[in-house]
Design a protein. Structure first.
Lengths: 61, 496
Protein backbone atom coordinates (compact mmCIF):
# COMPACT_ATOMS: atom_id res chain seq x y z
CA UNK A 1 0.00 0.00 0.00
CA UNK A 2 1.21 3.49 -0.88
CA UNK A 3 1.25 5.36 2.47
CA UNK A 4 0.22 8.55 0.66
CA UNK A 5 -2.83 7.08 -1.03
CA UNK A 6 -6.06 5.56 0.11
CA UNK A 7 -8.44 3.52 -2.03
CA UNK A 8 -11.96 4.30 -0.87
CA UNK A 9 -13.83 2.16 -3.36
CA UNK A 10 -11.81 -0.98 -4.06
CA UNK A 11 -11.85 -2.38 -7.62
CA UNK A 12 -13.62 0.64 -9.02
CA UNK A 13 -12.77 1.36 -12.64
CA UNK A 14 -13.50 5.10 -12.74
CA UNK A 15 -10.97 6.71 -10.43
CA UNK A 16 -11.81 9.90 -8.50
CA UNK A 17 -10.55 13.19 -9.90
CA UNK A 18 -8.73 15.84 -7.88
CA UNK A 19 -10.92 18.89 -7.30
CA UNK A 20 -8.08 21.39 -7.53
CA UNK A 21 -5.41 20.87 -10.16
CA UNK A 22 -3.21 23.78 -9.05
CA UNK A 23 -2.16 24.54 -5.45
CA UNK A 24 -2.91 28.24 -6.06
CA UNK A 25 -6.57 27.42 -6.70
CA UNK A 26 -6.84 25.63 -3.38
CA UNK A 27 -5.03 28.44 -1.55
CA UNK A 28 -7.44 30.95 -3.08
CA UNK A 29 -10.43 28.89 -1.96
CA UNK A 30 -9.06 28.76 1.61
CA UNK A 31 -8.28 32.48 1.68
CA UNK A 32 -11.76 33.47 0.50
CA UNK A 33 -13.41 31.05 2.90
CA UNK A 34 -11.58 32.39 5.95
CA UNK A 35 -12.31 35.95 4.85
CA UNK A 36 -16.00 35.17 4.48
CA UNK A 37 -16.66 33.37 7.77
CA UNK A 38 -14.23 35.38 9.94
CA UNK A 39 -16.52 38.27 10.96
CA UNK A 40 -19.43 35.96 11.86
CA UNK A 41 -17.18 33.69 13.93
CA UNK A 42 -15.84 36.72 15.78
CA UNK A 43 -19.39 37.88 16.62
CA UNK A 44 -20.19 34.39 17.92
CA UNK A 45 -17.06 34.35 20.09
CA UNK A 46 -18.12 37.63 21.68
CA UNK A 47 -21.68 36.38 22.23
CA UNK A 48 -20.37 33.26 23.98
CA UNK A 49 -18.04 35.32 26.18
CA UNK A 50 -20.92 37.60 27.10
CA UNK A 51 -23.08 34.57 27.91
CA UNK A 52 -20.36 33.22 30.21
CA UNK A 53 -20.14 36.58 31.98
CA UNK A 54 -23.92 36.69 32.48
CA UNK A 55 -23.85 33.12 33.83
CA UNK A 56 -22.12 34.53 36.92
CA UNK A 57 -25.20 36.61 37.67
CA UNK A 58 -28.02 34.17 36.93
CA UNK A 59 -29.01 32.39 40.12
CA UNK A 60 -31.35 29.41 40.38
CA UNK A 61 -32.90 27.69 43.35
CA UNK B 1 -55.62 -6.82 46.12
CA UNK B 2 -52.54 -6.63 48.29
CA UNK B 3 -50.37 -9.74 48.33
CA UNK B 4 -48.00 -10.23 51.28
CA UNK B 5 -48.96 -7.09 53.17
CA UNK B 6 -46.62 -7.89 56.05
CA UNK B 7 -43.70 -9.07 53.98
CA UNK B 8 -40.65 -7.14 52.83
CA UNK B 9 -42.26 -6.81 49.38
CA UNK B 10 -46.03 -6.35 49.46
CA UNK B 11 -47.50 -6.29 45.93
CA UNK B 12 -50.46 -3.97 45.28
CA UNK B 13 -52.65 -4.83 42.29
CA UNK B 14 -55.21 -2.15 41.50
CA UNK B 15 -58.83 -3.32 41.27
CA UNK B 16 -62.22 -2.07 42.38
CA UNK B 17 -61.26 -2.34 46.06
CA UNK B 18 -57.56 -1.53 45.81
CA UNK B 19 -56.63 1.93 44.61
CA UNK B 20 -53.74 4.39 44.78
CA UNK B 21 -55.09 5.29 48.25
CA UNK B 22 -54.41 1.70 49.28
CA UNK B 23 -50.82 2.19 48.16
CA UNK B 24 -50.69 5.41 50.17
CA UNK B 25 -51.89 3.61 53.32
CA UNK B 26 -49.28 0.92 52.85
CA UNK B 27 -46.42 3.35 52.17
CA UNK B 28 -47.31 6.32 54.32
CA UNK B 29 -44.32 5.87 56.61
CA UNK B 30 -42.44 7.57 53.75
CA UNK B 31 -44.95 8.55 51.07
CA UNK B 32 -46.57 11.95 51.50
CA UNK B 33 -49.89 12.94 49.95
CA UNK B 34 -48.13 15.37 47.59
CA UNK B 35 -45.78 12.60 46.49
CA UNK B 36 -48.73 10.30 45.84
CA UNK B 37 -50.35 12.99 43.69
CA UNK B 38 -47.20 13.19 41.57
CA UNK B 39 -46.99 9.40 41.20
CA UNK B 40 -50.64 9.26 40.13
CA UNK B 41 -50.02 12.05 37.59
CA UNK B 42 -47.01 10.22 36.19
CA UNK B 43 -48.28 6.64 36.23
CA UNK B 44 -52.06 6.36 36.55
CA UNK B 45 -52.53 5.69 32.84
CA UNK B 46 -50.05 2.82 32.77
CA UNK B 47 -49.43 1.24 36.19
CA UNK B 48 -51.67 -1.68 37.17
CA UNK B 49 -49.49 -3.12 39.90
CA UNK B 50 -46.90 -1.80 42.39
CA UNK B 51 -44.35 -3.83 44.34
CA UNK B 52 -43.36 -1.98 47.52
CA UNK B 53 -39.74 -2.75 48.46
CA UNK B 54 -39.42 -2.00 52.18
CA UNK B 55 -36.22 -1.21 54.11
CA UNK B 56 -34.51 -0.17 50.88
CA UNK B 57 -31.04 1.36 51.25
CA UNK B 58 -30.85 4.01 48.53
CA UNK B 59 -27.30 5.07 47.65
CA UNK B 60 -28.31 8.65 46.87
CA UNK B 61 -30.42 9.22 49.96
CA UNK B 62 -27.86 7.47 52.17
CA UNK B 63 -25.27 9.92 50.83
CA UNK B 64 -27.32 12.94 51.95
CA UNK B 65 -28.31 11.17 55.18
CA UNK B 66 -24.67 10.57 56.13
CA UNK B 67 -23.49 14.05 55.18
CA UNK B 68 -26.45 16.11 56.35
CA UNK B 69 -29.44 14.48 58.07
CA UNK B 70 -27.31 12.48 60.53
CA UNK B 71 -25.90 15.76 61.87
CA UNK B 72 -29.31 17.01 63.00
CA UNK B 73 -30.86 16.58 66.48
CA UNK B 74 -34.00 15.08 64.98
CA UNK B 75 -33.08 12.61 62.25
CA UNK B 76 -35.28 10.86 59.70
CA UNK B 77 -34.91 7.14 59.01
CA UNK B 78 -31.83 6.13 57.05
CA UNK B 79 -33.95 3.69 55.02
CA UNK B 80 -36.29 4.29 52.08
CA UNK B 81 -39.09 2.56 50.25
CA UNK B 82 -38.66 1.70 46.60
CA UNK B 83 -41.80 1.34 44.49
CA UNK B 84 -41.64 -0.85 41.36
CA UNK B 85 -44.37 -0.28 38.78
CA UNK B 86 -45.77 -2.84 36.33
CA UNK B 87 -48.38 -2.50 33.59
CA UNK B 88 -50.04 -5.81 34.56
CA UNK B 89 -50.65 -7.93 37.64
CA UNK B 90 -47.44 -9.46 38.92
CA UNK B 91 -47.28 -12.18 41.56
CA UNK B 92 -44.56 -13.33 43.88
CA UNK B 93 -44.45 -16.55 41.81
CA UNK B 94 -43.80 -14.48 38.63
CA UNK B 95 -40.78 -12.91 40.29
CA UNK B 96 -39.48 -16.25 41.55
CA UNK B 97 -39.87 -17.96 38.14
CA UNK B 98 -38.27 -15.04 36.29
CA UNK B 99 -35.18 -15.57 38.39
CA UNK B 100 -34.44 -18.91 36.73
CA UNK B 101 -36.32 -18.81 33.42
CA UNK B 102 -35.01 -16.30 30.85
CA UNK B 103 -38.22 -16.36 28.78
CA UNK B 104 -40.27 -15.53 31.86
CA UNK B 105 -37.77 -12.86 32.88
CA UNK B 106 -38.09 -11.18 29.49
CA UNK B 107 -41.87 -11.39 29.71
CA UNK B 108 -41.82 -9.79 33.16
CA UNK B 109 -39.32 -7.15 31.99
CA UNK B 110 -41.69 -6.17 29.16
CA UNK B 111 -44.25 -5.20 31.81
CA UNK B 112 -41.82 -3.31 34.05
CA UNK B 113 -42.32 0.46 34.01
CA UNK B 114 -39.46 1.35 36.36
CA UNK B 115 -39.04 2.44 39.95
CA UNK B 116 -39.27 5.45 42.26
CA UNK B 117 -37.46 5.69 45.61
CA UNK B 118 -39.57 7.24 48.37
CA UNK B 119 -37.38 9.08 50.89
CA UNK B 120 -38.38 9.98 54.44
CA UNK B 121 -37.75 13.65 53.59
CA UNK B 122 -40.24 16.44 53.84
CA UNK B 123 -41.61 18.25 51.88
CA UNK B 124 -40.42 16.26 48.85
CA UNK B 125 -40.42 12.50 49.30
CA UNK B 126 -39.80 11.41 45.69
CA UNK B 127 -36.16 10.45 45.42
CA UNK B 128 -34.24 8.80 42.61
CA UNK B 129 -36.57 7.46 39.92
CA UNK B 130 -36.07 5.80 36.58
CA UNK B 131 -39.31 5.25 34.69
CA UNK B 132 -39.67 4.15 31.11
CA UNK B 133 -41.10 6.92 28.89
CA UNK B 134 -43.90 4.45 28.07
CA UNK B 135 -45.15 5.03 31.64
CA UNK B 136 -46.41 8.48 30.65
CA UNK B 137 -48.23 7.27 27.52
CA UNK B 138 -47.12 8.19 23.99
CA UNK B 139 -45.38 11.56 23.63
CA UNK B 140 -44.73 11.29 19.85
CA UNK B 141 -41.31 12.70 20.68
CA UNK B 142 -37.63 11.72 20.54
CA UNK B 143 -35.34 11.62 23.57
CA UNK B 144 -31.92 10.56 24.84
CA UNK B 145 -32.12 7.69 27.34
CA UNK B 146 -29.90 5.39 29.42
CA UNK B 147 -30.21 1.95 31.03
CA UNK B 148 -30.09 0.55 34.53
CA UNK B 149 -30.30 -2.93 35.93
CA UNK B 150 -32.69 -3.40 38.87
CA UNK B 151 -32.89 -6.34 41.28
CA UNK B 152 -36.24 -7.30 42.85
CA UNK B 153 -36.06 -10.30 45.21
CA UNK B 154 -33.06 -11.48 43.18
CA UNK B 155 -34.75 -11.10 39.78
CA UNK B 156 -32.80 -8.73 37.56
CA UNK B 157 -34.76 -6.43 35.26
CA UNK B 158 -33.58 -3.77 32.83
CA UNK B 159 -35.10 -0.32 32.62
CA UNK B 160 -34.48 2.40 30.07
CA UNK B 161 -35.30 6.03 30.74
CA UNK B 162 -33.89 9.36 31.86
CA UNK B 163 -32.98 9.73 35.57
CA UNK B 164 -35.23 11.88 37.75
CA UNK B 165 -34.96 13.15 41.32
CA UNK B 166 -36.87 15.81 43.22
CA UNK B 167 -35.13 18.32 45.44
CA UNK B 168 -35.07 17.63 49.18
CA UNK B 169 -34.89 21.38 49.94
CA UNK B 170 -31.93 20.90 52.30
CA UNK B 171 -28.96 19.43 50.45
CA UNK B 172 -30.47 19.84 47.03
CA UNK B 173 -32.72 22.41 45.41
CA UNK B 174 -33.56 22.50 41.72
CA UNK B 175 -30.02 23.36 40.62
CA UNK B 176 -28.31 20.42 42.34
CA UNK B 177 -31.17 18.08 41.33
CA UNK B 178 -30.84 19.06 37.67
CA UNK B 179 -27.05 18.59 37.74
CA UNK B 180 -27.56 15.20 39.45
CA UNK B 181 -29.98 14.09 36.69
CA UNK B 182 -27.48 14.93 33.96
CA UNK B 183 -24.54 13.35 35.80
CA UNK B 184 -26.49 10.17 36.53
CA UNK B 185 -27.44 9.96 32.85
CA UNK B 186 -23.73 10.18 31.90
CA UNK B 187 -22.56 7.61 34.45
CA UNK B 188 -25.38 5.21 33.49
CA UNK B 189 -24.66 5.56 29.80
CA UNK B 190 -20.85 5.74 29.71
CA UNK B 191 -18.27 3.98 31.90
CA UNK B 192 -16.04 7.02 31.41
CA UNK B 193 -17.94 9.11 33.99
CA UNK B 194 -18.16 8.36 37.72
CA UNK B 195 -21.46 7.87 39.55
CA UNK B 196 -22.07 11.08 41.50
CA UNK B 197 -24.30 11.30 44.58
CA UNK B 198 -26.24 14.42 45.67
CA UNK B 199 -23.78 15.58 48.32
CA UNK B 200 -20.94 15.06 45.85
CA UNK B 201 -22.77 17.38 43.45
CA UNK B 202 -22.75 19.99 46.22
CA UNK B 203 -19.02 19.40 46.72
CA UNK B 204 -18.37 19.89 42.99
CA UNK B 205 -19.52 23.50 43.40
CA UNK B 206 -17.81 24.12 46.75
CA UNK B 207 -14.67 25.71 45.31
CA UNK B 208 -16.78 28.30 43.52
CA UNK B 209 -19.05 29.29 46.43
CA UNK B 210 -17.19 32.53 47.33
CA UNK B 211 -18.67 33.34 50.73
CA UNK B 212 -21.86 31.45 50.10
CA UNK B 213 -22.98 28.50 52.29
CA UNK B 214 -23.30 25.22 50.39
CA UNK B 215 -25.52 23.53 52.96
CA UNK B 216 -28.42 24.10 53.40
CA UNK B 217 -28.50 24.90 49.71
CA UNK B 218 -29.96 28.18 48.62
CA UNK B 219 -29.33 27.55 44.94
CA UNK B 220 -26.52 27.90 42.43
CA UNK B 221 -25.40 30.33 39.78
CA UNK B 222 -25.36 29.10 36.19
CA UNK B 223 -21.59 29.19 36.07
CA UNK B 224 -21.33 27.08 39.25
CA UNK B 225 -23.41 24.40 37.54
CA UNK B 226 -21.17 24.69 34.48
CA UNK B 227 -18.08 24.25 36.67
CA UNK B 228 -19.57 21.11 38.26
CA UNK B 229 -20.00 19.62 34.78
CA UNK B 230 -16.48 20.64 33.78
CA UNK B 231 -15.00 18.96 36.86
CA UNK B 232 -16.73 15.71 36.01
CA UNK B 233 -15.21 15.68 32.52
CA UNK B 234 -17.91 17.36 30.42
CA UNK B 235 -16.61 20.89 29.70
CA UNK B 236 -19.75 22.84 28.86
CA UNK B 237 -20.66 25.75 26.62
CA UNK B 238 -23.09 28.40 27.86
CA UNK B 239 -25.60 30.29 25.71
CA UNK B 240 -27.74 33.21 26.91
CA UNK B 241 -30.82 34.16 24.90
CA UNK B 242 -29.88 37.83 25.18
CA UNK B 243 -26.67 37.19 23.21
CA UNK B 244 -28.07 34.74 20.67
CA UNK B 245 -31.33 36.48 19.85
CA UNK B 246 -31.80 34.99 16.37
CA UNK B 247 -30.91 31.36 16.93
CA UNK B 248 -31.07 30.58 20.68
CA UNK B 249 -33.81 27.92 20.42
CA UNK B 250 -32.25 26.50 17.25
CA UNK B 251 -28.92 25.99 19.05
CA UNK B 252 -30.66 24.42 22.05
CA UNK B 253 -32.47 22.05 19.67
CA UNK B 254 -29.21 21.26 17.82
CA UNK B 255 -27.43 20.09 20.97
CA UNK B 256 -30.44 18.01 22.00
CA UNK B 257 -30.61 16.56 18.46
CA UNK B 258 -26.95 15.64 19.00
CA UNK B 259 -27.97 13.48 21.97
CA UNK B 260 -26.56 15.90 24.55
CA UNK B 261 -28.88 16.58 27.52
CA UNK B 262 -28.74 20.27 28.48
CA UNK B 263 -29.50 22.33 31.58
CA UNK B 264 -32.16 24.83 30.49
CA UNK B 265 -32.24 27.89 32.76
CA UNK B 266 -35.52 29.66 33.45
CA UNK B 267 -35.78 32.90 35.41
CA UNK B 268 -35.16 31.33 38.85
CA UNK B 269 -35.41 27.65 38.03
CA UNK B 270 -33.61 25.05 35.94
CA UNK B 271 -34.79 21.91 34.14
CA UNK B 272 -33.04 19.20 32.13
CA UNK B 273 -33.98 19.08 28.43
CA UNK B 274 -33.11 15.82 26.66
CA UNK B 275 -35.56 15.40 23.80
CA UNK B 276 -37.84 17.19 21.39
CA UNK B 277 -41.10 16.77 19.52
CA UNK B 278 -41.38 17.82 15.89
CA UNK B 279 -44.43 18.45 13.80
CA UNK B 280 -43.28 17.00 10.47
CA UNK B 281 -46.51 18.04 8.77
CA UNK B 282 -45.79 21.70 9.47
CA UNK B 283 -44.98 23.99 6.58
CA UNK B 284 -42.79 26.77 7.99
CA UNK B 285 -43.34 30.10 6.21
CA UNK B 286 -40.91 31.46 3.61
CA UNK B 287 -38.86 30.07 0.74
CA UNK B 288 -35.34 30.36 2.14
CA UNK B 289 -33.33 27.39 3.40
CA UNK B 290 -34.48 26.34 6.89
CA UNK B 291 -33.18 24.14 9.68
CA UNK B 292 -35.15 21.21 11.11
CA UNK B 293 -35.48 23.14 14.38
CA UNK B 294 -38.26 25.05 12.56
CA UNK B 295 -40.43 21.92 12.94
CA UNK B 296 -39.80 21.60 16.69
CA UNK B 297 -42.87 22.34 18.82
CA UNK B 298 -41.80 21.03 22.25
CA UNK B 299 -38.79 19.97 24.33
CA UNK B 300 -38.90 16.86 26.53
CA UNK B 301 -37.80 17.88 30.04
CA UNK B 302 -37.37 16.62 33.58
CA UNK B 303 -38.46 19.32 36.05
CA UNK B 304 -37.67 18.20 39.61
CA UNK B 305 -40.83 19.91 40.90
CA UNK B 306 -43.13 17.87 38.65
CA UNK B 307 -43.17 14.48 36.88
CA UNK B 308 -40.66 12.98 34.44
CA UNK B 309 -40.97 13.48 30.67
CA UNK B 310 -42.97 16.70 30.66
CA UNK B 311 -43.35 18.48 27.33
CA UNK B 312 -42.29 22.12 27.38
CA UNK B 313 -44.30 23.53 24.49
CA UNK B 314 -43.28 26.33 22.18
CA UNK B 315 -46.34 28.38 23.04
CA UNK B 316 -46.98 27.22 26.61
CA UNK B 317 -49.60 25.01 28.23
CA UNK B 318 -51.73 22.95 25.87
CA UNK B 319 -55.29 22.35 27.10
CA UNK B 320 -56.04 18.81 28.25
CA UNK B 321 -52.40 17.79 28.62
CA UNK B 322 -52.47 17.84 32.45
CA UNK B 323 -49.40 17.27 34.59
CA UNK B 324 -47.38 16.05 31.64
CA UNK B 325 -47.18 19.55 30.14
CA UNK B 326 -44.80 22.08 31.61
CA UNK B 327 -46.20 25.46 32.59
CA UNK B 328 -43.19 27.04 30.87
CA UNK B 329 -42.80 27.88 27.19
CA UNK B 330 -39.78 28.29 24.88
CA UNK B 331 -39.37 32.01 25.54
CA UNK B 332 -39.14 31.35 29.31
CA UNK B 333 -35.76 29.68 28.74
CA UNK B 334 -33.19 32.34 29.51
CA UNK B 335 -29.96 30.41 29.00
CA UNK B 336 -28.69 26.86 28.64
CA UNK B 337 -25.58 24.82 29.42
CA UNK B 338 -24.55 22.08 27.00
CA UNK B 339 -22.01 19.64 28.50
CA UNK B 340 -19.84 18.65 25.54
CA UNK B 341 -17.36 15.81 25.27
CA UNK B 342 -13.82 17.09 25.85
CA UNK B 343 -12.89 16.20 22.24
CA UNK B 344 -15.62 18.35 20.69
CA UNK B 345 -13.92 21.66 19.92
CA UNK B 346 -16.24 23.02 17.23
CA UNK B 347 -19.45 24.46 18.67
CA UNK B 348 -22.88 24.32 17.03
CA UNK B 349 -23.07 27.94 15.93
CA UNK B 350 -19.57 27.83 14.43
CA UNK B 351 -20.37 24.64 12.55
CA UNK B 352 -23.53 26.25 11.18
CA UNK B 353 -21.53 29.24 9.93
CA UNK B 354 -18.84 27.23 8.18
CA UNK B 355 -21.12 24.57 6.72
CA UNK B 356 -23.62 27.03 5.29
CA UNK B 357 -20.71 29.03 3.83
CA UNK B 358 -19.75 25.91 1.84
CA UNK B 359 -23.24 24.68 1.01
CA UNK B 360 -25.04 27.89 0.17
CA UNK B 361 -22.48 30.50 -0.77
CA UNK B 362 -19.39 28.80 -2.15
CA UNK B 363 -18.90 29.04 -5.92
CA UNK B 364 -16.88 25.82 -6.10
CA UNK B 365 -18.67 23.50 -3.69
CA UNK B 366 -22.13 25.05 -3.20
CA UNK B 367 -25.24 23.09 -4.18
CA UNK B 368 -26.07 25.65 -6.86
CA UNK B 369 -22.79 24.87 -8.62
CA UNK B 370 -22.84 21.10 -8.23
CA UNK B 371 -26.36 19.80 -7.74
CA UNK B 372 -29.27 20.47 -10.11
CA UNK B 373 -31.38 18.00 -8.08
CA UNK B 374 -31.12 20.10 -4.90
CA UNK B 375 -32.41 23.17 -6.69
CA UNK B 376 -35.96 21.75 -6.84
CA UNK B 377 -37.62 23.22 -3.77
CA UNK B 378 -36.54 24.67 -0.47
CA UNK B 379 -33.61 23.08 1.37
CA UNK B 380 -34.14 21.70 4.87
CA UNK B 381 -30.91 21.23 6.85
CA UNK B 382 -30.46 19.09 9.94
CA UNK B 383 -27.35 19.66 12.09
CA UNK B 384 -26.10 17.24 14.73
CA UNK B 385 -23.02 15.75 16.35
CA UNK B 386 -22.27 12.07 16.35
CA UNK B 387 -19.31 9.73 16.61
CA UNK B 388 -17.47 8.40 13.58
CA UNK B 389 -18.07 4.91 14.94
CA UNK B 390 -21.82 5.34 15.17
CA UNK B 391 -22.05 7.05 11.77
CA UNK B 392 -20.30 4.06 10.19
CA UNK B 393 -22.39 1.54 12.12
CA UNK B 394 -25.57 2.70 10.40
CA UNK B 395 -24.23 3.00 6.83
CA UNK B 396 -25.43 -0.48 5.93
CA UNK B 397 -29.01 0.05 7.06
CA UNK B 398 -29.24 3.54 5.53
CA UNK B 399 -27.55 2.69 2.18
CA UNK B 400 -26.67 6.40 1.78
CA UNK B 401 -28.60 6.76 -1.51
CA UNK B 402 -25.78 5.28 -3.58
CA UNK B 403 -23.61 2.19 -3.10
CA UNK B 404 -20.44 4.17 -3.95
CA UNK B 405 -21.10 6.60 -1.11
CA UNK B 406 -21.76 3.81 1.36
CA UNK B 407 -18.52 2.06 0.37
CA UNK B 408 -16.44 5.25 0.37
CA UNK B 409 -17.65 6.25 3.85
CA UNK B 410 -17.04 2.75 5.14
CA UNK B 411 -13.39 2.89 4.03
CA UNK B 412 -12.74 6.47 5.08
CA UNK B 413 -10.93 6.97 8.44
CA UNK B 414 -13.13 9.34 10.48
CA UNK B 415 -12.45 11.45 13.60
CA UNK B 416 -13.91 10.47 16.96
CA UNK B 417 -16.60 13.19 16.68
CA UNK B 418 -18.29 14.51 13.55
CA UNK B 419 -20.65 17.36 12.91
CA UNK B 420 -23.15 16.35 10.23
CA UNK B 421 -25.32 18.63 8.09
CA UNK B 422 -27.99 16.50 6.44
CA UNK B 423 -29.51 17.97 3.29
CA UNK B 424 -33.17 17.45 2.51
CA UNK B 425 -36.22 19.35 1.29
CA UNK B 426 -39.71 19.79 2.77
CA UNK B 427 -41.22 16.76 1.02
CA UNK B 428 -38.36 14.38 1.73
CA UNK B 429 -37.97 15.53 5.35
CA UNK B 430 -41.65 14.85 6.04
CA UNK B 431 -40.84 11.26 5.00
CA UNK B 432 -37.68 11.31 7.21
CA UNK B 433 -35.47 11.15 4.13
CA UNK B 434 -32.45 13.12 2.92
CA UNK B 435 -30.47 13.62 -0.31
CA UNK B 436 -26.96 14.14 1.01
CA UNK B 437 -24.79 15.48 3.82
CA UNK B 438 -21.63 17.36 4.68
CA UNK B 439 -19.33 15.82 7.30
CA UNK B 440 -17.13 18.14 9.36
CA UNK B 441 -14.39 17.21 11.81
CA UNK B 442 -15.69 18.31 15.25
CA UNK B 443 -12.16 18.30 16.64
CA UNK B 444 -11.20 21.24 14.38
CA UNK B 445 -11.48 24.91 15.17
CA UNK B 446 -13.88 27.00 13.14
CA UNK B 447 -11.21 29.10 11.46
CA UNK B 448 -9.66 26.13 9.70
CA UNK B 449 -11.10 26.10 6.17
CA UNK B 450 -10.06 22.48 5.69
CA UNK B 451 -12.14 20.99 8.51
CA UNK B 452 -14.66 19.33 6.23
CA UNK B 453 -14.20 15.68 5.44
CA UNK B 454 -16.86 14.92 2.85
CA UNK B 455 -19.56 16.59 0.83
CA UNK B 456 -22.27 14.43 -0.70
CA UNK B 457 -24.90 15.69 -3.16
CA UNK B 458 -27.03 13.36 -5.33
CA UNK B 459 -24.68 13.95 -8.29
CA UNK B 460 -21.28 14.04 -6.60
CA UNK B 461 -19.22 12.91 -3.60
CA UNK B 462 -16.18 15.00 -2.67
CA UNK B 463 -13.89 13.48 -0.06
CA UNK B 464 -10.80 14.79 1.73
CA UNK B 465 -8.29 11.98 1.39
CA UNK B 466 -5.58 14.10 3.00
CA UNK B 467 -7.00 14.31 6.54
CA UNK B 468 -7.77 10.60 6.34
CA UNK B 469 -3.97 10.08 6.28
CA UNK B 470 -3.22 12.89 8.78
CA UNK B 471 -1.97 15.11 5.95
CA UNK B 472 -3.13 18.40 4.44
CA UNK B 473 -6.55 18.58 2.79
CA UNK B 474 -6.57 16.76 -0.55
CA UNK B 475 -9.99 16.78 -2.18
CA UNK B 476 -11.15 14.19 -4.70
CA UNK B 477 -14.41 14.02 -6.59
CA UNK B 478 -16.50 10.93 -7.39
CA UNK B 479 -19.31 11.34 -9.94
CA UNK B 480 -22.53 9.64 -8.86
CA UNK B 481 -25.40 8.28 -10.92
CA UNK B 482 -28.90 7.06 -10.03
CA UNK B 483 -28.80 8.36 -6.46
CA UNK B 484 -31.98 8.00 -4.41
CA UNK B 485 -33.22 9.60 -1.15
CA UNK B 486 -32.29 7.63 1.98
CA UNK B 487 -33.21 7.58 5.69
CA UNK B 488 -31.95 10.32 7.97
CA UNK B 489 -29.60 9.34 10.81
CA UNK B 490 -31.62 8.50 13.92
CA UNK B 491 -29.23 7.00 16.42
CA UNK B 492 -28.82 10.02 18.72
CA UNK B 493 -32.40 9.99 20.05
CA UNK B 494 -35.05 7.32 20.52
CA UNK B 495 -38.76 7.54 19.76
CA UNK B 496 -40.80 7.81 22.97
Amino acid sequence: MDPNKIELIPEQEAKPEPVFTKPEEYDEFCRKFVEEVGPELEKQREARQQSEAEAKLHWMR
Amino acid sequence: MIDGEDTILPIVTFDTNTTWDSLYDLAKSHLERDGLVRLVAALSSSAKCVAVEREYIDKDYRDTFSNFHSKRFSTPSSRCLRLHFFDREVTRANLREACVDETKRKDLNASYLGYAVIRPTKPNCIGRALLTPASRGPASAYARLCNEQVSILGTELQIEGFPFISQDSDVTVCAESAVWMILRYFSNRYHLYPETFPFQVVNLTRDFAFGQRNIPSSGLYVWQMAEALRKIGRPPVIYARSNFKDNFEHLLYTYIESGIPVLAGLKHHVVVAFGHRSNFAANPAGTETIFTSAYNDAFVINDDNHVPYQLLHKTGLVSGSGAQASRYKFEDIVDFIAPLHEKVFLTAESFQTVVTAILEKNAVFGFRALSPALQNGRLVLRLFLTTGKSFKKHLGSRKMGNSMVEEAYRNLPLPHFLWVCEISNSDAYSRHEIYGEILWDATRNAREPNGWIALHYPEVLIVDMGSALNQGQNLFKFKLQDSTPYPLYKNNLQAI
